[in-house]
Design a protein around this ligand. Sequence first.
Ligand SMILES: Nc1nc2c(ncn2[C@@H]2O[C@H](COP(=O)(O)OP(=O)(O)OP(=O)(O)O)[C@@H](O)[C@H]2O)c(=O)[nH]1
Ligand SMILES: [Mg+2]
Length: 196
Amino acid sequence: MKIHSSEFATSAPDLRQSPPANLPEFAFIGRSNVGKSSLINMLTMRKGLAKVSETPGKTQLINFFTINGNWNLVDLPGYGYARVSKGKRADFNVAVADFLEKRESLKHTFVLIDSRLPPQAIDVEFIRWLLTTDVSFSVVFTKADKQSASKTQASVHRFRKDVLAMVTPAPAVFISSAEAKTGRKEILGHIDSLLG
Ligand SMILES: Nc1nc2c(ncn2[C@@H]2O[C@H](COP(=O)(O)OP(=O)(O)OP(=O)(O)O)[C@@H](O)[C@H]2O)c(=O)[nH]1
Ligand SMILES: [Mg+2]
């Protein structure tokens, strides 16, 4: 998969105000600060395309980026920081849940997990909720440059065993670093295969 062009399309606060659902879409979700926006910049090789910040809660709107004029990357506000909703939909943004559940053009979602941490309750809860929907997803372990490869492997192994063992078919798993540009080829290859 070669990226010839990538451009910011628009932002929307929720599904209703999202642009027409006329291009296949790939969304990025995960805890605030896990590296969603950084990953989008790494995939597109455009440093400032999506806004990145050291402070969690940077991405507040649903941001759409059009790639090669024919598919979209969707940068979602993270969960676990701005506690917009509590209760039955777990502790994450209602607008995000609504988007993931109902967006007609959503092809696939990448769930980002910090590769340095043991399974976090909020991530487990999020994946449990995701499994109640029809959303197709894979898992990306981020910030792999921040620790040794063996620590990352151990973390991925534990997550697979403790969290993903219950998921059939087993989701694809990727290891990424926005810093070292790890995982770019694999993630873009996955998108390519899903675009068919
Ligand atoms: N070393 C390293 N730092 C990273 C990586 N990915 C993200 N970061 C840093 O982590 C912080 C958060 O990154 P963002 O991409 O803004 O995270 P986000 O998931 O979009 O966060 P929200 O928009 O708040 O939900 C920034 O300081 C990034 O520079 C990575 O692969 N390696
Ligand atoms: Mg962000």
